[in-house]
Design a binder for this molecule. Structure first.
Ligand SMILES: [Zn+2]
Ligand SMILES: [Zn+2]
Length: 387
């Protein structure tokens, strides 16, 4: 029996290696990347943390949060927090990064804060010597969006819209040709539509709880939806940010509400794609985050806080088989996202100045070909049986 098990194990490795070299060409025409800043994999896969909720001082808020986000066991709690991700999305797309199954995604930068994370996502490598802070410094590295915008058929077909002001620097707005709309920057131009004028006006009238550095996520989605309708780009990045702000504030109830709201914004995007002849059936969607947060100190994330390098990903490609949570042993890295984004639309990101990490090939392999984890590896921190 041992020999048979060994043969199957070796075969699975060969199948995996073979699969990486014989990938079917991606057939989609569009790719949309969505991030929410600093949302932990723990909340995504395990739902709200009962211990963190217990530390909420207000009894009234504690009760509300428990009723809303802890209705039952492991599987119902995570669906209560992110009903779309664990509902319609999980029926068609895959979710990676549940460390209870040894399915892991880590950032490779050593800083574990936002700008280094977004640099790694979009440039395909960590740059710990030059990108060490969240300072307003233009990114010296070529990012995949800028590179795609220069490829034949993709000119003026790439847009980025985000809640956080730093995206203007991360995507090098000073010199890039891609359209970047970040935080409280209005739509520019002499021929704005009525809706674009209304959205620009909303930048002045909306709440500014984080002053000028972060726009409310719902307003960012309104801008993104307008970009989809009026510009219809082939490549779009939408960056949300409220989860991280409430995390730093130590407001666990608001952090959960922001994650729940993020889930509804992903659903709104999904509905938009499904109802659009340009996007339906021709669009890959990749959802992730720039860093994790502390395993024990959930309020913080940095190089000194264990767990800050642990992230997750949700991916949808039309025709994907074996949807849902990927439960096999796997180690992925944040640096792989840049090439994954390019590969989605049949491109190979090439930076002449720096090597770029390979794409996450498992996204295109049906079913996922990861080496199966030993059954003993299944350690669910909260226990329970899948329903
Ligand atoms: Zn961040
Ligand atoms: Zn942060």
């Amino acid at each position: 029996m041992r020999n048979v098990a060994l043969f199957v194990f070796v075969l699975s490795i060969f199948q995996r290696v073979f699969a990486q070299h014989s990938l079917p060409s991606p057939t989609v025409e569009n790719v949309i990347i969505v991030t929410t800043d600093g949302l932990r994999w723990q909340e995504v896969f395990e739902g709200a943390d009962s211990q963190c909720i217990q530390q909420i001082k207000s009894g009234e808020i504690r009760t509300r949060v428990k009723e809303r986000y802890l209705p039952g066991g492991y599987w119902t709690n995570r669906k209560a927090l992110m009903p779309f991700l664990w509902g319609a999305f999980a029926q068609k797309g895959r979710l990676y990064g549940n460390r209870n199954h040894h399915n892991k995604i880590n950032v490779t930068n050593k800083i574990h804060i936002s700008y280094p994370g977004y640099n790694e996502i979009f440039c395909g490598f960590a740059d710990d010597k030059r990108i060490m802070t969240n300072g307003k410094k233009y990114n010296p590295n070529l990012n995949v969006l800028e590179w795609m915008n220069a490829q034949p058929g993709f000119e003026n077909q790439v847009s980025a819209v985000g809640s956080w002001a730093l995206f203007s620097w991360i995507f090098n707005q000073k010199s890039t040709k891609i359209a970047v709309n970040a935080a409280f920057e209005p739509f520019c131009g002499t021929h704005l539509s009525d809706e674009q004028k209304t959205l620009n006006a909303a930048l002045h009238t909306c709440a500014h709880p984080w002053k000028d550095h972060l726009r409310p996520d719902t307003l960012t989605w309104a801008f993104a939806q307008n970009i989809l309708e009026e510009q219809a780009p082939k490549v779009l990045f939408i960056g949300y940010g409220e989860t991280d702000e409430y995390g730093h504030e130590g407001n666990y109830a608001a952090y959960l509400d922001a994650a729940h709201r993020f889930d509804s914004l992903v659903q709104a995007l999904w509905n938009y794609v499904e109802n659009s002849p340009k996007y339906r059936g021709k669009t890959a969607i990749i959802i992730t985050t720039d860093h994790g947060r502390g395993t024990h100190n959930w309020k913080a994330h940095n190089m000194l806080t264990p767990g800050s390098d642990e992230i997750w990903m949700a991916a949808f490609v039309p025709g994907m088989e074996a949807p849902g949570e990927v439960k096999s042993s796997m180690q992925l890295h944040q640096a792989q996202f840049a090439q994954t984004i390019a590969h989605a639309v049949g491109l190979h990101f090439n930076n002449p100045e720096h090597a770029v990490a390979p794409a996450v090939y498992d996204v295109w392999v049906n079913p996922p070909t990861a080496i199966p984890a030993p059954s003993a590896d299944l350690i669910l921190s909260s226990g329970g049986v899948e329903k």
